[in-house]
Write a protein that binds this ligand. Structure first.
Ligand code: HEC
Length: 219
């Protein structure tokens, strides 16, 4: 009886060890898989939410072409604490912005005391430059006096810049919408899709040599 009890106990213990082992193996397996799967939604979120990513998906030129001017005027409320936008308007904390689109960066503006950071940029305020500036003034000109965090939404920036362009004696023609980036986007998605099946393909590839072995033995 003692021997049988030990045998049964042995089987039970053995089964428990096997179950435990299987549990560890499967949990390792799922743990290893999880980050891979989570990677996909994160990629999507970055593309949709990030200003830079969205700009790449829908170019600023396209957003400007379909800009909502009255929404742009409303968005200017974020700027109005520091900027006026009237012909001959007085400078406040920031310079008056009448006719700023297409004008020289950090020049004139009734002798406004621009930071050396912004003065160092040179060139003119193109639509693209304004888009970059309003995404993050600090990133565009490190050390700028414009203490404004930036506007994260590409559409809001486009609306605002398009409206700002109208606050001028000579509004600039809107930039042409480039065709190429729109074609690139589906190609990039295709590449991402191709990458996923490639991971799965690794398993059948491993199985292939095993299938060849019996054939070799038959010869
Ligand atoms: C907290 C105050 C403040 C806010 C808010 C602010 N600005 Fe400014 N802005 C400034 C200051 C100060 C400067 C000068 C920056 C420098 O010299 O570095 C400036 C400069 C600029 C310039 C460059 C002008 C030139 O002639 O080169 C533009 C364009 C501009 N701001 C647009 C905006 C817009 C559009 C908004 C709203 C989305 C905005 N700013 C919000 C303070 C502000």
């Amino acid at each position: 009886m003692d021997n049988r009890t030990n045998t049964i106990a042995g089987w039970v213990l053995g089964a428990a060890i096997v179950a435990l082992g299987a549990g560890i193996v499967s949990s390792e397996f799922f743990r290893a898989e999880r980050p891979e799967k989570m990677g996909y939604p994160i990629e999507g979120v970055v593309e949709d939410g990030d200003g830079g990513g969205a700009a790449a998906a829908v170019p600023i030129e396209a957003l400007l072409a379909s800009a909502d001017l009255s929404a742009g005027e409303k968005a200017f409320a974020k700027c109005a604490a520091c900027h006026s936008v009237q012909k001959g308007g007085a400078n406040g904390i920031g310079p008056d912005l009448w006719g700023v689109v297409g004008d020289h960066i950090a020049e004139g503006r009734g002798g406004f005391a621009f930071s050396s950071a912004l003065k160092a940029k040179g060139g003119t305020w193109t639509f693209q430059a304004l888009d970059e500036w309003l995404t993050s003034p600090r990133k565009y000109a490190e050390g700028t006096k414009m203490t404004f965090a930036g506007i994260g939404k590409a559409e809001e920036r486009a609306n605002l810049i398009a409206w700002l362009n109208q606050q001028s004696d000579s509004p600039q023609p809107l930039p042409a919408v480039p065709a190429a980036p729109a074609e690139e986007a589906p190609a990039a998605e295709g590449a991402a899709d191709a990458a996923a099946p490639a991971d799965n393909a690794a398993a059948p590839a491993d199985a292939a040599p095993a299938a060849e072995t019996p054939a070799a033995a038959a010869q």
